[in-house]
Design a protein around this ligand. Sequence first.
Ligand code: UD1
Ligand code: UDP
Length: 377
Amino acid sequence: MKKMMKTKVLTIIGTRPEAIKLAPVVLDLKRRQDLFDFPVCVTAQHREMLDQVLALFGITPDYDLDIMSPGQTLAQVTARAMEGLEEVVSQEKPDVILVQGDTTTAFCGALTGYYHQIKVGHVEAGLRTGNKYAPFPEEINRCLVGRIADLHFAPTEQARQTLLNEGVADPSVFVTGNTVIDALLWVRERVRAAPPELPKGLFEAVTGQQIILVTGHRRESFGDGFDAICHAIREIADSFVNVAFVYPVHLNPNVREPVNRILGGHPRIYLIEPLAYGPFVWLMDHATIVLTDSGGVQEEAPSLGKPVLVMRETTERPEGITAGNALLVGVQTERIVDGLRLLLCDSERRAMMVAVNNPYGDGLAAQRIVNVLLKME
Ligand code: UD1
Ligand code: UDP
């Protein structure tokens, strides 16, 4: 009898959001290990922030390129990732390489696949702003990955249409939902059942306060943009005594400098280290408003019934804006202050924003992706 060959899927992960969004896929491949080999390679473009997620989902990478260096440039990440991935792919010779999103790791993973003439699957395909410098360099990273990919896992119908409009062949595009919702629902269940440990004193400090949860890290906002964001947060913290800002500060030094300089020492602004995913989801679940420039957080907050103010001029996730879950407030102090005041003072407005469904997924995206991989020629 002919022995059935397993399909070998090499998953490549670089940063925190890629780990969160690919963990459900890796775990689903593992559930089908009778049919798949599923080596995992982390470039470790992120280090601590990545390791937190891998530990939570119990994923031990088969390869760890450990490329992160403090304050690394885009060229350094690209060069180190390309060199390391070359070796891994030569050794593993997978049937398909999976990359996620729009990071430098995702781009390098796709390019390495192309150089080796190996199929590439792109998770979270078809997101575009149409502005090559916003988000920077993610917009071009995902266009390039999309150009290379053989399988496009689009989170929404709108993302699918974008790909088709760019000339991508219809049978290679699959609308799956976003895997971040799979990860979020898994973690939400756990943190609702057993609240996770928060940094010392934080729980007591924010109890009885309206929590505004903040994250920010976009490269196009470095410099004046981050100064403006921080001034807005400070202005609201000065005027609302029953509001607590909780801000897990991204480890990028370009973020930490202005945040510590402008917001450090304020009694109602809690600057903390990046949180493991569990405590972060718990805080989102207890927040009144989420203020962010993050892609993943924009997608998650509506599933927890939280209104989102997006600190960007444009977003490749317009579905939340159209549905009414999110408002774009840019990176000018006045607009952010106005947005925060509007939501803090108007509970009906907040309620309207969360009354609509999450457009980003239903928690079954990973299964759909793995089913496509099963049928792959
Ligand atoms: C990267 C991605 C971005 C993604 C974001 C998620 C690129 C070009 N950028 O941006 O698309 O949205 O991750 O957070 O791919 N650092 C640490 N420890 C960590 C992580 C980062 O110290 O665990 C510090 C280091 O000084 C590092 C710097 O942050 O050099 C920047 O990391 P990098 O991955 O280059 O860029 P991000 O701004 O994190
Ligand atoms: N997140 C986390 N801890 C934090 C901040 C964010 O676990 O302190 C999670 C968040 O829930 C989301 C993801 O990290 O799933 C978003 O990562 P990030 O904002 O760094 O990247 P982006 O989504 O913008 O690419």
